[in-house]
Design a protein around this ligand. Structure first.
Ligand SMILES: C[S@@+](CC[C@H](N)C(=O)[O-])C[C@H]1O[C@@H](n2cnc3c(N)ncnc32)[C@H](O)[C@@H]1O
Length: 159
């Protein structure tokens, strides 16, 4: 499966974070845990796989980078917010689905929102994602309801 077809399918559940974006965020947050991995695409030394089920684990003590399967953003964003209440900083790369419950009730209310200006290229794809993305940060050291923008490094940036 290639191009647009793959981007619109559940294949996006396993597509990797662009390295430049992870590096940029990692410089700022110094991540220790990636709870969404297949055991090969983890971005941190400490990680959970689908078999282990990161959703059911305790993330306490971690600084977490979360790029979840997009087929269940609601569940993963609820988990990210709950873990932040226990003290973790959780940085979430998610589609900018501004009409969803998780975006309105969790991201907008309790998160710091960083919209991605331009479209990301996930994994090793050569084309831009057909959807916009954003980074939501939950944690005690953030300014809730604040809005920022990250500009893509490559891709079709449009005014
Ligand atoms: C969008 S990919 C992110 C991959 C990588 N962490 C990254 O940021 O590039 C989501 C990953 O979550 C994994 N996954 C799916 N369900 C999971 C679960 N219940 N617990 C942990 N990982 C899961 C998938 O196998 C997939 O590799």
């Amino acid at each position: 499966m290639k191009g647009q077809e793959a981007l619109f399918s559940n294949k996006t559940d396993v597509w990797g974070t662009p390295q430049w974006l992870f590096d940029k965020l990692n410089d700022e947050f110094h991540f220790t845990l990636d709870p969404c991995s297949n055991g090969e695409n983890n971005k941190c030394k400490e990680f959970f796989t689908e078999e282990q089920d990161g959703l059911s684990k305790d993330w306490s003590g971690g600084t977490v980078f979360m790029n979840p399967p997009y087929s269940n953003c609601q569940g993963w964003m609820e988990k990210a917010y709950e873990e932040s209440l226990k003290g973790s900083t959780v940085v979430c790369l998610v589609p900018a689905r501004t009409d969803t419950d998780w975006f309105c009730n969790l991201a907008l209310k309790y998160g710091e929102v960083r919209f991605i200006r331009g479209r990301l290229r996930f994994g090793d794809t050569k084309i831009n994602a057909p959807f916009p993305s954003c980074v939501i940060v939950f944690g005690k050291d953030i300014v809730q309801r604040s809005f920022h923008w990250i500009t893509v490094k490559c891709g079709n940036l449009k005014e």
